[in-house]
Ligand binder design. Structure first.
Ligand code: SF4
Length: 461
């Protein structure tokens, strides 16, 4: 215990003082905010739409077992194969088996946080398979050797100048290319990969139970190329992504795009029912869906079950004052920001990542902006409570709070300690957490109680 927390604090401290990072993030989030205001105008009753989304997801998660089994039955009827993976190892083993059978040399991938969660690229690299990210943001991050910074916009922390420099260094392009020129270069590089890849790997935005379909939402068309050109398509999806019916998709597609990017509808929304059928001209010959647990059933039985309603729109990250200051990479986890801080301790361990739930001002902005009305800030409090109950807090913190509790609950004790003693205790216990850039508060010589007594006495005299 303590190592991940120390790294988190160290990285956060560096980022908070990095004015270039703050400027880039502020610029990109301002653009996002403006787009979302616009996108929301398509709703006459946004509150009702959010409540409805929450109800649908509640129903989906309450009947998770039934919904997933229905999905498997239908998807298998369409000729697809469902693989149940309890953890990352099982998912990776299944992917390895399919790739080995296909003698795969190159894989194209569309954006997927679940594949980040199971560290798929590193695994494929060890197998000697080239895995190419085809979403532009992910492609940029892969080129830079960095994990995604944000669950929706992976390269949000990079300015267009940063990306031009990266392309110049890694691909030998001219420096200072425009965003359009950079996009064309990525397009050209990726086109040949699509044409030669043996397997296409995607995530999935929704698992549609009654129809046995997977829904994928994307803006660049790379998802469609990933799933239509290679002979094999593997979709790896967290089990919480389930929705009961195809009818519900009409509700979730606009909601995801509005809160994710401010668009009325994302450019490409595709439903995959299985591999290519005899009457179809394109599509894969084989299609697999890996249903990944990897700690999600811990969420199901926890006090924060509601976090499974998340549709990964990224809105709570953009709204979080802590995320905006420390950035996505400081968290050191696949899922960052408020929702990451809620789910990660349950997906991994409370001991290792419970400290993330304290990285919040509890302003409630995350809850305010969530399209499925998840009570995120209340769940951060739940996690804090579990963290303390399980005994993960540090000794000095425990002593600090005990002293604080004793002091503030008994006035004479507070009066007894001189301002000198109070200043020393505060300096010892709290000053290190206060940060270098803030002045530690100084207790005045006379407390309010003492001043009040003097005031009362002088008014009687
Ligand atoms: S918790 Fe809500 S706001 Fe945050 S990513 Fe999930 S759906 Fe979006």
């Amino acid at each position: 215990m303590g190592e991940t927390k120390d790294i988190f604090l160290e990285k956060s401290k560096i980022k908070v003082n990095d004015s270039k990072h703050r400027k880039t993030i502020a610029f990109n989030i301002d653009k996002y905010n403006a787009a979302v205001i616009n996108g929301k105008h398509q709703y006459a009753e946004l509150e009702i739409a959010r409540k409805r989304a929450k109800n649908i997801k509640w129903k989906a998660i309450e009947e998770l077992d039934k919904n997933l089994e229905n999905f498997e039955k239908k998807f298998s009827e369409h000729g697809g194969k469902v693989i149940w993976a309890e953890d990352a190892e099982e998912a990776l083993a299944a992917i390895a088996e399919i790739c080995e059978r296909a003698k795969a040399k190159t894989i194209v991938k569309s954006k997927s946080m679940v594949t980040e969660e199971i560290h798929l690229n590193a695994f494929l690299e060890k197998m000697g398979i080239e895995s190419v990210e085809t979403d532009l943001g992910e492609y940029i991050q892969q080129l830079d050797g960095e994990p995604p910074y944000h669950i929706v916009t992976p390269a949000m922390h990079k300015s267009k100048e940063d990306i031009a420099t990266l392309f110049h260094e890694k691909l030998g392009t001219a420096p200072n290319l425009s965003p359009k020129e950079l996009t064309l270069i990525a397009r050209e590089k990726l086109r040949s990969k699509f044409l030669t890849a043996d397997v296409g790997i995607t995530g999935g935005n929704f698992i549609i139970a009654d129809s046995g379909a997977i829904s994928i939402t994307e803006n660049e068309g790379n998802g469609r190329l990933t799933t239509s050109l290679p002979k094999i398509h593997i979709a790896i999806v967290g089990i919480e992504k389930v929705i009961p019916s195809l009818k519900d998709i009409a509700h979730f597609w606009p909601l995801l795009s509005t809160f994710g990017t401010g668009q009325k509808l994302t450019v490409y929304n595709t439903l995959f029912f299985g591999p290519r059928t005899t009457n179809e001209l394109d599509g894969p010959e084989e299609m697999y869906v890996i249903l990944l647990d990897n700690g999600r059933t811990n969420l199901l039985r926890s006090e924060v079950r509601e976090s499974m309603y998340c549709i990964r729109c990224g809105s709570c990250l953009n709204a979080c004052p802590v995320y905006k200051n420390i950035g996505g990479h400081s968290y050191g986890t696949t899922y960052s920001g408020p929702i990451g801080a809620v789910i990660t301790p349950h997906l991994t361990s409370m001991q290792e990542n419970g400290h993330l739930s304290f990285a919040s001002s509890l302003c409630g902005n995350c809850t305010e902006v969530c399209p499925v009305k998840i009570n995120i800030h209340e769940m951060l409090l739940e996690n804090r409570s579990i963290y303390v109950d399980e005994g993960h807090s540090e000794m000095k913190e425990k002593i600090g709070w005990k002293l604080f509790k004793a002091g503030v609950s008994y006035r004479p004790l507070m009066n007894l300690a001189s301002s000198n003693i109070k200043n020393k205790v505060f300096d010892k216990l709290f000053a290190p957490m206060w940060g270098d850039s803030r002045e530690v508060p100084v207790f005045p010589k006379k407390s309010f109680a003492k001043l009040w007594k003097e005031h009362q006495k002088s008014s009687k005299d």
